[in-house]
Design a protein around this ligand. Structure first.
Ligand SMILES: Nc1ncnc2c1ncn2[C@@H]1O[C@H](COP(=O)(O)OP(=O)(O)O)[C@@H](O)[C@H]1O
Ligand SMILES: [Mg+2]
Length: 394
């Protein structure tokens, strides 16, 4: 509230009638200004006191989602929300003092599918929670545009990938056909069957079957949209498990593992299996780059509001002209590579709202940096205190 009004209220018993009237007008003006500000925002707002009783509902809320009209009197915030699922959710979040950011709901409003994004934020003044703000945005248009864009990207990569897979499958199939013919000839020949030779051919056929299998599995993974289930998880736990899993194999290959992670990383939204798969792909590439042994460095630190995870190797490095192509589907410099590993990594990281970057020096090694945003939950409390209100008014 305006500092002047606040000061004047303290002396109200000493004011004459005209001064009280002036004070009331000032308060009405201030209220109207706040109502004007909240009604010109393109989002719905319900402001409540610390008992969750409604103090103010802005006009756009009625346009954005179905709410009860009329006098809200002594009602609780959740009581005016007509959709029962949202109402229940708001009630339990407020009762448990939870801060909610960007939770999405799909609603059918008079035959139209609408996507709403809802946040619940505490209103803090002088270090105490004075009330809450429920903030609702209609994100239908943005979401539809995003989906269209993703679909268009998907179509482009689908055609590139289909061409790629046809090429990829031809080689193992060709070699399988040759070895099967050779085996057939051997078996048709009179006399004793050369078992050793036959077995070695069978082994080759088996390897090619494995290769085909991994091409198909990687391909399916690369083309189908990733269905990530993002849950609040501790990245430390995921990393610990992964490092334990790869330990033996690295030792066997003469690779020393140096692993360090900040002990208390904030929890982030992640799909554990997908993240493990992405990191394994990066580790496998590092392993391939260090054929004669080397050092694999895995670091995970908190930097500003992001978790930065790096996976480094002391391998042969990536030449500059190759670097820009490594995330492309089917790009590989290996005889038996699928060229899909990093495509999959890129997709998974993007699905987590993360970024990926690579630094490499030929002959020295490569480092992949992945960063994830840390949700700001509970950290930045929206301040709606007197000073803030003054800024609006003056
Ligand atoms: N750590 C690394 N060191 C050197 N080269 C790498 C590394 N990671 C990726 N690359 C390069 O990127 C290419 C694409 O990698 P990827 O998509 O995983 O496919 P693949 O491993 O099947 O070749 C690799 O063939 C390799 O040339
Ligand atoms: Mg790979």
């Amino acid at each position: 509230m305006n500092k002047f009004i606040r000061q004047t209220i303290k002396r109200v018993d000493k004011l004459d009638c005209g001064q009280v009237q002036r004070l009331l007008f000032d308060m009405v003006d201030e209220n109207e200004l706040l109502a004007m500000v909240t009604s010109s925002i393109d989002a719905g707002m319900i402001i409540s006191d610390n008992q969750h009783r409604i103090m103010h509902v802005n006009r756009p809320l009625h346009r954005i989602m179905p709410v009860m009209r009329g006098n809200h009197g002594e009602m609780f915030t959740w009581e005016i929300i007509e959709d029962s699922e949202i109402s229940e959710f708001v009630k339990s979040s407020l009762m448990n003092n939870e801060t909610i950011r960007d939770r999405e709901y799909i609603l059918d409003i008079s035959g139209r599918t609408v996507i709403l994004r809802l946040s619940i934020l505490p209103l803090v003044s002088e270090g105490t929670i004075r009330g809450n703000l429920v903030f609702v945005e209609d994100v239908t248009r943005i979401k539809n545009q995003e989906a269209q864009l993703r679909r268009a990207e998907g179509l482009v990569s689908l055609s590139t990938m289909t061409a790629g897979i046809a090429h990829e499958i031809k080689n193992p199939l060709g070699s399988m056909a040759i070895y099967i013919q050779l085996m057939e000839k051997m078996l048709k020949k009179e006399g004793e069957v050369p078992r050793e030779e036959l077995l070695s051919y069978l082994e080759i056929v088996n390897e090619e079957v494995d290769r085909l299998n991994s091409i198909v599995v990687d391909y399916l993974f690369a083309v189908k949209p990733i269905d990530a289930t993002l849950l609040r998880r501790d990245l430390n736990g995921v990393l610990d498990e992964l490092m334990e899993f790869i330990g033996k194999e690295m030792e066997f290959d003469g690779i020393k593992v140096e692993y360090h992670a900040d002990e208390h990383l904030p929890w982030i939204q992640l799909d554990e299996n997908l993240i493990k798969q992405a990191l394994l792909n990066l580790i496998k590439n590092a392993q391939h780059a260090m054929e004669g042994g080397g050092v694999l460095t895995v670091n995970c630190v908190l930097k500003d509001d992001r978790i930065v995870l790096s996976i480094g190797d002391t391998g042969h490095g990536i030449p500059r002209d190759v670097r820009e192509k490594i995330f492309e589907p089917y790009f590989t410099t290996k005889d038996t590579g699928t060229g899909l590993g990093l495509t999959v990594v890129y997709k998974i990281i993007k699905e987590h709202g993360g970024e990926i970057d690579v630094h490499s020096r030929e002959g020295e090694g490569t480092v992949f940096y992945i960063s994830f945003p840390v949700p700001q939950e509970g950290e930045k409390l929206l301040s709606f205190d007197h000073a803030g209100a003054e800024e609006v008014i003056q």
